[in-house]
Design a protein around this ligand. Sequence first.
Ligand SMILES: Nc1nc2c(ncn2[C@@H]2O[C@H](COP(=O)(O)OP(=O)(O)OP(=O)(O)O)[C@@H](O)[C@H]2O)c(=O)[nH]1
Ligand SMILES: [Mg+2]
Length: 309
Amino acid sequence: MAISKVITAIEEDPWALRSYFPKIFRGGDSVVIGITGSPGVGKSSLINHMIRALRARGDTVAVIAVDPASPYSGGAFLGNRVRVRTLDEGTFFRSMSTPPEESIPWKAVLAMEFLSSLGYSYVIIEHPGAGQVNVKIMDFVDVVVVVLQPLTGDDIQALKAGIMEIGDIYVVNKSDLPQAQILYMQLRMAIEDVERRGWRPPVIMTNSINGKGVEKLIEAIDSFIEHSSRSGLLSDRRRRRRIAEVTGIAQVMLREEFARFTRGSIALEVINKCLRGEVDFLTASETLYRMFIKSICNPANGASNPKPD
Ligand SMILES: Nc1nc2c(ncn2[C@@H]2O[C@H](COP(=O)(O)OP(=O)(O)OP(=O)(O)O)[C@@H](O)[C@H]2O)c(=O)[nH]1
Ligand SMILES: [Mg+2]
């Protein structure tokens, strides 16, 4: 099956592919790069140049652009597609939307695992999340690249809180803009003391219109991967990713099952009792919880079938 067809099937209903799981998720050794940064900082343009540089040295690259908005919001989607266009037989690109309320963007994670088991040298995940809460996807990558663009002076304070912890590499993009040098210096100062297992995150200036600085970024990624394989950080992150996959996906299933349960007649009865004032809300909540547990242990009691099998 064509790669994009498998990914479409993953997006629609991964469980339908159940008998193919051992083939689809064989495990792979791709370097998974997370590129994050506020909307419009130039992530897609940067990735476009990264693809070119990586292809030039013979590496293959797959990109997943994650859009945490609803599938109907449009916008970013098209932008990503138009800007990432250095495509040939060694390149794959896909944009995917993930509902912002999901605890993990698990279908994007499945797509990433699938692309990795196909043997791409690099799998790049673009996510417009830095500085916001939903940077969960960054728990699933080998290296986190945080992209920034020149801002007004005091914004760096705001940035400090959210993103200073997550970047392995920082990029000041739009180096052609006049304030870029100032941001570069502010950033250097802000992360001066940051050191994780012997790694000090570098700051790299890029211009993703003409590609200036992109080679340096790729060098930095390579040396981070080298450093983290030597220090054991890479295998720690990959373990963390596995654990997050196993528990996170189970959690999503549980939540979906509970949502189905609350729409059923047994649950509605409890809710209505509470609405009529016959029981207090806390008791109703506990009853609901207990009934749910009972129903999943014994599906004949009212819950729908759990997904697998
Ligand atoms: N001046 C300047 N503009 C740039 C540079 N890189 C990107 N841009 C422009 O910035 C805008 C946003 O670029 P994108 O690559 O779509 O940014 P993005 O971060 O992928 O945006 P989202 O996917 O919407 O989050 C576009 O108009 C680009 O042409 C740069 O180095 N210098
Ligand atoms: Mg983009």
